[in-house]
Design a protein around this ligand. Structure first.
Ligand code: ADP
Ligand code: MG
Length: 348
């Protein structure tokens, strides 16, 4: 595959100012829609991040409110921290009992296990013990010792997830194993919210769930929407490139999202290499996946980030309809062949 590489240019002050103004006016800038303004934009805070729905046609506000209510309900079910949700209930019965869950939760867990197998464990939803050890999600930053890592690794690994399909139930092999769906939750939820809005008859909208962007239709000008890709070296909401074309989901993962800097200058971030038990360090800074399924895009963005550019590209080539953009710590940008015509760097 021929990869085109370009250098990211420095951000100009004016660009930042324009972006701040756009955010203040709550246009659909989060996903950089075409020229037309949305008829309605609403946001809520969910899963520690901003979820925004912009609709580009006349719409009953109630439909959008219902979509948010549905979003929060899905979040509750998939969050480790909502005690009545499926995931929290599975975690608290680890090593003790099978827990009956929604069929949709079961399907999602099965899908995650399937991708763990395909990626030789690079993607793994059973890393709760490791994620807690490093404290990146909680803000209790901790540089783990090898002994601590070894201990946590005894409680990770997707093979510890047992499925009883007939009874729609899940059990974790032993106490201390913790499911954490952080790498797939937002993509999955944005996909479900898209389905919900389409069922309600919405034909033109953008859902942006913390940078997981999904599209419904085109904007009012009948032009395809354009989706901005977060600049991993810039402020939040600052883009370095836009993607247009017919694909309807874009998800980015990167080491710039949640991290702390160690005294050694190392950036300890939130994407774990499950084999090593520490944040993945392979020269990548960001991976964006563009395809038609946000659940898949979210899984792959995390998986490929762990696999690294070379292995990740080879893996993605085995799939149809999946494109990607890689940004290295050296600010090298690599775009897969099929995306080049729809990918544009923003001049800064
Ligand atoms: P974001 O949360 O920014 O959307 P990701 O989709 O890449 O980013 O998910 C990262 C989250 O997934 C982490 O915060 C953690 O909860 C969990 N996680 C970390 N490493 C892995 C991994 N190798 N496989 C699956 N989940 C992971
Ligand atoms: Mg992900």
């Amino acid at each position: 595959m021929q990869n085109r590489t370009r250098r990211l240019k420095k951000t100009s002050f004016i660009f930042i100012l324009i972006l701040i103004l756009m955010m203040l006016f709550q246009t659909a800038c989060a996903s950089s829609a075409g020229k037309k303004e949305p008829e309605l934009t609403k946001s809520v805070l969910s899963m520690d991040t901003l979820a925004q729905i912009s609709v580009y046609e006349k719409v009953d506000e109630k439909v959008v409110d219902e979509a948010f209510a549905y979003m929060l309900q899905l979040e509750e079910n998939l969050s480790r921290y909502a005690p009545n949700g499926d995931i929290a209930r599975i975690n608290s019965a680890a090593g003790v009992a099978y827990v009956k869950v929604d069929e949709e939760t079961l399907e999602l867990i099965e899908k995650c296990i399937d991708y763990s197998e395909q990626t030789e464990g690079a993607f793994d939803i059973s890393l709760g013990a490791l994620i807690d050890l490093w404290g990146i999600a909680t803000g209790e930053n901790h540089i783990a010792s090898q002994e601590e890592i070894n201990e946590a690794l005894r409680h990770t690994g997707y093979k510890n997830i047992f499925i009883d399909k007939e009874n729609s139930a899940v059990m974790l092999a032993k106490q201390g194993v913790i499911l954490d769906l952080g790498a797939v939750g937002k993509g999955y939820i944005s996909e479900k919210v898209r389905e919900f809005l389409v069922e309600k008859g919405v034909k033109s909208a953008i859902i942006n769930f913390g940078g997981n962007v999904v599209l419904i239709g085109t904007n009012k000008g009948k032009q395809p929407f354009r989706i901005g890709i977060q600049d991993p070296f810039g402020q939040r909401g600052e883009y370095f490139a836009v993607v247009s074309g017919s694909k309807t989901a874009l998800v980015s993962s990167g080491s710039y999202e949640r991290y702390f800097l160690g005294p050694d200058g190392v950036r300890y971030h939130h994407i774990m290499n499950p084999a090593e038990g520490r944040p993945a360090q392979n020269g990548l800074c960001q991976v964006s996946i563009v395809c038609d399924d946000a659940t898949l895009a979210d899984i792959l963005s995390t998986a490929v980030f762990v696999m690294g550019e070379e292995k990740g590209l080879a893996y993605l080539q085995t799939m149809d309809g999946v494109e990607a953009v890689f940004v290295s710590e050296e600010k090298q940008v690599t775009v897969t062949e099929g995306l080049k015509k729809d990918f544009k760097m923003i001049a800064k």
